[in-house]
Design a protein around this ligand. Structure first.
Ligand code: USQ
Length: 382
């Protein structure tokens, strides 16, 4: 397959480039370094310094003998994006080129506006580039479980049949996000659904939960190929943050009551899911939606697991409930369906003690880089 990865420098983007490349596919990656630059601007760089994308591609070539072609540019710039599509004519485009942080989108009006513009225009440009230069190209869009919010009914996989006054129809499952970032993902889904109906493009929308992990088969070949591992409040996801907090002897920052329940998955499974989606494209004119999670936990359960494993490894881990900076339900019903990717062949890697031990071991190696002031700055929703 000819695979175009947008957001190729990101936590998921770079591992995705290597994953496809390792399996013999032709990969082109694009990134505008938004997250790298924002991390410098906001003083929240990742735990492990990562070479830039051009350097990573060179290291990957020397380690694997395989090429990943990279371009530094902005997906919201249509002339740039369309020139890449025109030259490469991909079979699959993996769209990660979005501002991915809920707290970032809530900092101020400028960052909210940037999130809206970046996320929606990037999606729009991809749709146009596909129509113009690669009409059979399969768009794999990274959505989020956060689009559904935490409704008091079971969450279906993307779609719901509704009977109303004796008539039935099938609709996108109701969406109600709890940050502006998550809201732009809802808008992306709506936009893609419109173009699927109107232009007959083929799209897979992956409703992913928070990802954790630091090891992938390819990244383990050379430490310079590791994913960007953020532990700060803005770009770090909760479990990755808890491990770093535990190693640093900083109390685990459980927001509010800690009953917030989400679907989680290991970064290795993100790679599997995207690969399975690419190998099994939807029909022309189909918007296929999968819930991309492998198990659900409350924040309290995650904190307890980190505390127990940390204690076995000799760390003194404490848990602190702090006032929740976000506006979200802290105790709620949560029962999402997530069987579609399993049916496609996903073999989940669950959050076992071994997985947590391995994360502790890697973070321990980089312990001297931890800057505790990055753990909490209190970006408030209100
Ligand atoms: N939380 C804590 N303490 C922390 C950090 C987070 O209690 O120190 C809580 C949050 O309040 C939330 C839950 O843990 O209830 C998950 O937070 P998160 O920061 O790990 O994840 P979130 O902001 O929801 O966003 C992440 C990714 C985003 C992706 C989303 C999937 O950054 O790109 O879309 O996970 S989901 O959460 O399913 O919407």
């Amino acid at each position: 397959m000819k695979v175009l990865v947008l957001g190729a420098d990101g936590y998921l983007g770079w591992p995705t480039c290597m994953y496809f490349s390792q399996r013999g596919h032709e990969v082109v990656g694009i990134d505008n370094y938004f997250r790298r630059l924002a991390a410098v601007e906001l003083d929240c760089e990742p735990l492990i310094p990562t070479p830039n994308l051009l350097q990573r591609a060179r290291i990957w070539e020397s380690v694997s003998g395989k090429l990943v072609h990279v371009h530094i540019g902005d997906v919201t710039d249509y002339s740039f994006l369309s020139s890449v599509f025109r030259d490469f004519r991909p079979d699959v485009v993996v769209h990660y080129a979005e501002q991915p942080s809920a707290p970032y989108s809530m900092i101020d009006r400028e960052k909210a506006a940037f999130t809206v513009k970046n996320n929606l225009i990037s999606t729009l440009n991809i749709v146009y580039a596909v129509k113009e230069y690669a009409p059979d190209c399969h768009i794999i869009k990274l959505g989020t479980m956060g689009e559904y919010g935490t409704p008091n009914i079971d969450i279906e996989e993307g779609w719901i049949e509704i009977e109303h006054k004796g008539r039935r129809d099938r609709f996108l499952f109701p969406r109600q996000a709890s940050s502006l970032y998550h809201t732009t993902k809802i808008q992306d889904t709506d936009m893609l659904w419109f173009y699927v109906r109107t232009w007959g493009i083929r799209v897979t929308d992956l409703m992913q939960g928070p990802v954790y992990g630091i090891s992938t088969e390819e990244a383990d070949l050379d430490p310079r190929l590791m994913p960007n591992f953020h532990y700060d409040e803005i770009f770090g996801t909760v479990l990755n943050r808890f491990i770093v907090q535990a190693v640093a002897g900083y109390p685990l920052t459980v927001y509010g009551k800690g009953g917030q329940t989400r679907g989680y998955l290991n970064i290795i499974d993100t790679l599997q899911c995207v690969y399975l989606a690419a190998k099994n494209p939807p029909k022309e004119g189909e918007l296929r939606i999968f819930n991309q999670i492998t198990e659900t936990f409350s924040v309290n359960e995650l904190a307890e697991r980190v505390k127990n494993v940390g204690a076995k490894l000799g760390y003194k881990v404490s848990i602190k409930h702090i006032e929740n900076p976000r506006k979200e339900a802290e105790e709620h019903y949560y029962n999402p369906k997530y069987t579609g990717l399993i049916e496609l062949g996903l073999k989940p890697h669950f959050l076992t003690e071994d997985v947590l031990v391995r994360m502790f071991e890697v973070v321990e190696k980089y312990k001297d880089n931890i800057q505790p002031n990055r753990f909490f700055r209190g970006i408030k929703w209100k």
